[in-house]
Unconditional design. Sequence first.
Length: 221
Amino acid sequence: MGITDHGFLRRLCHARAMSRTEILADRYWQIAFVWHGDRWAHTIAAVVGDRLVPLLDSREGTPVDRWPASPPLSDLHRQDARGANTVMLLGMAGRSHWSVTVQLSEGDRAASFQVACRIHAEWPAAAAPDRGAWPLGSRYRSSVCPRQQSPQAAWLAEQDLAVQLVAGPVADAPPGPPVTIATADHALDILPGPQGNSLPRTVRWNYCLTQTDTPGPSAIE
């Protein structure tokens, strides 16, 4: 009976975990979901001819965060029914549950994200001081400096590429503040409004990236 090399087994398990990558792609977008610690992180890149242009990297929280900077997603499922280019992700932190649906629409040159969080408990005032005590949202680091177009829209432009990021609207959401986009240097947050006061409740936010023929922010300022 051979001797078990526990160090080798640990390295093998680590290598397998590091190799967990799922790609969602079409002619205009490549979204890479990479296993990061205990959750799926993702990067968003635009396809321009034979070039792949990195745009956004999700900023993840840690296992101890009850209100992480981005949805903590531990389960990933592909949906290929009827040709839909879609990935669904699920996860939880504390007593809250998140879901994200990512879909590519080649005809619209668009990548859309539909996010929901089911909240069972309120958060302390210090849960997210950099978000004005509102802890929910999706956070990215941008490879190109985002340019704010409006509270609900921003441009990501690089050479011959122009991408418009638009937040919301969320269908059937209760009355309240709209989903907004906040930019600072190379940081980008998509932030939903409170959407009611009852518990439990579901808070939703949507956002969509679209490749456009508009030259970009320098041409519209």
